[in-house]
Design a protein around this ligand. Structure first.
Ligand SMILES: Cc1cc2nc3c(=O)[nH]c(=O)nc-3n(C[C@H](O)[C@H](O)[C@H](O)COP(=O)(O)OP(=O)(O)OC[C@H]3O[C@@H](n4cnc5c(N)ncnc54)[C@H](O)[C@@H]3O)c2cc1C
Length: 397
């Protein structure tokens, strides 16, 4: 059996960043990354909006606020060092109704508190940046950017391999037991012994944490985010990134327009309950995932609190007309036939037993193991900083 100092479960951007940060800090450490799929970043990381967030949305003092702002800077540095294409194109957030105006003010105050160079925009200033937007007022956040996170992961894989890290695909962690000072991970490709285990298992993070001896209070509830792509001949409606004012009750940002780094323009994502954790279609269903959700008291408490918005999201998922209507609040000229369905992603959102959505990144510690149990957006932006934080926290070999 191979013995490692650190075994990382999950080959998304967070797991790969942790592995790289450990090897940077301790070049002699024996590090393994165990990933169940046949390629890297098959789930959240490979299916996101590709935005390098600024950190404007997050409560001052939270891990999200701190790691996102620093992560944004580190990510750009990483891209510069390794020749990865990105753009710091900035974004606008716009209020389209009167009740949204005080929320926009609050967002501005939060941006300032978080040390961001955010600027208030009048309607004509918004139109200078995004001529097709209709709104009452806006904010400009210049430090937001775009990148392809799968490209960053490919570079991380290369760097980890160059430093002697062991990268194992098709390796699903299925069971765990302790043997003296080593934890033994039983996987679909044999057993691995490790002094420390760090789980970064995204949509399976609560299950993997329980499997390896932790008792996370929260459970993952999967929210699918569906996108449409704007037809190439209508891409001119969007210059960069156009966001609505988010509902402060939710950790999701509301459907928006994103110019991707490949030049395409995506609209979305919505946030609809998924009946399969790693299911990317409306019809995706997994009995275990479904039972886990509907037998969880926290789910029913959340559903009771947010019945109307939950039903609206479901309607928007099934009705392209309703989806288009949401987008028309931002750009009235967009039409249903400008949009073609694009691939979806599923967010791993941790939910507490009282029905509260876990707002911040969540780390759970158990004996010689560390579990990242809530790493939704902006964890891709923050990934290099999450990696650094964990590499500093686990004891050196
Ligand atoms: C629709 C959508 C849009 C988003 N947009 C943005 C954005 O624009 N900007 C941003 O910063 N963030 C965004 N995010 C969030 C971001 O993508 C995630 O926060 C980030 O990718 C999380 O990375 P991860 O490595 O934790 O999870 P993942 O990428 O999901 O990786 C977890 C890995 O663990 C593996 N795994 C699970 N169980 C096991 C097991 N038992 N054994 C071995 N391997 C296992 C999985 O196969 C998977 O590869 C978005 C997310 C979604 C879904």
């Amino acid at each position: 059996m191979q013995r490692y100092d650190y075994a990382i479960i999950g080959g998304g951007i967070v797991g790969l960043s942790v592995a790289w940060a450990l090897l940077e800090r301790q070049p002699r450490a024996r590090v393994a990354v165990l990933e169940k799929e046949d390629d890297w970043c098959r789930h959240q990381t490979g299916r996101n909006s590709g935005v390098i967030h600024s950190g404007i949305y997050y409560k001052s003092g939270s891990l999200k606020a701190k790691l996102c702002r620093e992560g944004n800077r580190r990510l750009l540095e990483f891209c510069d060092t390794h020749g990865i294409h990105y753009e710091v194109c900035g974004k606008v957030i716009v209020a389209t109704t009167k009740p949204e105006l005080p929320l926009l003010e609050m967002l501005y105050a939060r941006g300032v508190e978080n040390g961001l160079p955010v600027r208030k925009l009048t309607v004509s200033e918004v139109k200078e940046l995004e001529p097709h937007v209709s709104c009452l007022a806006g904010l400009h956040v210049p430090s937001t950017g775009i990148v392809n996170y799968a490209g960053i992961c490919r570079k991380l894989v290369e760097l980890i391999a160059a430093r002697g890290g062991d990268l194992q695909l098709n390796t699903r962690v299925q069971a765990f037991h302790q043997n003296g000072t080593a934890g033994i991970l039983e996987t679909s490709s044999g057993a691995f012994a490790a002094g420390w285990i760090i789980s970064c298992a995204g949509l399976q993070s609560d299950r993997v944490a329980r499997l390896t001896g932790a008792k996370p209070e929260a459970r993952i509830v999967p929210f699918r985010g569906e996108y449409y792509e704007v037809k190439p001949e209508r891409r001119g409606l969007v210059r960069n990134l156009i966001y609505p004012v988010p509902d402060p009750e939710f950790p999701f940002l509301g459907v928006h327009f994103t110019r991707m780094i490949d030049g395409s323009v995506h609209a979305g994502p919505n946030a609809v309950l998924s009946l399969k954790r790693e299911g990317y279609h409306r019809t995706s269903f997994n009995l275990r995932d479904f039972i886990d959700t509907v037998t969880y008291a926290g789910f029913w408490r959340m559903a009771a609190k947010h019945t109307k918005s939950g039903l609206d999201e479901m309607h928007r998922s099934f009705s392209k007309k309703a989806f288009t209507r949401s987008l028309q609040k931002l750009i009235p000229e967009i039409r249903e036939d400008d949009l073609v369905p694009a691939t979806a992603g599923v967010r791993a959102q941790a939910l507490l037993p009282d029905g509260g959505l876990v707002d911040d990144f969540l780390l759970v510690r158990s004996d010689r193991a560390l579990h990242i149990c809530n790493a939704p957006s902006p964890a891709a932006t923050a990934s290099l900083e999450i990696g650094r934080m964990i590499a500093e926290e686990v004891p050196a070999i």
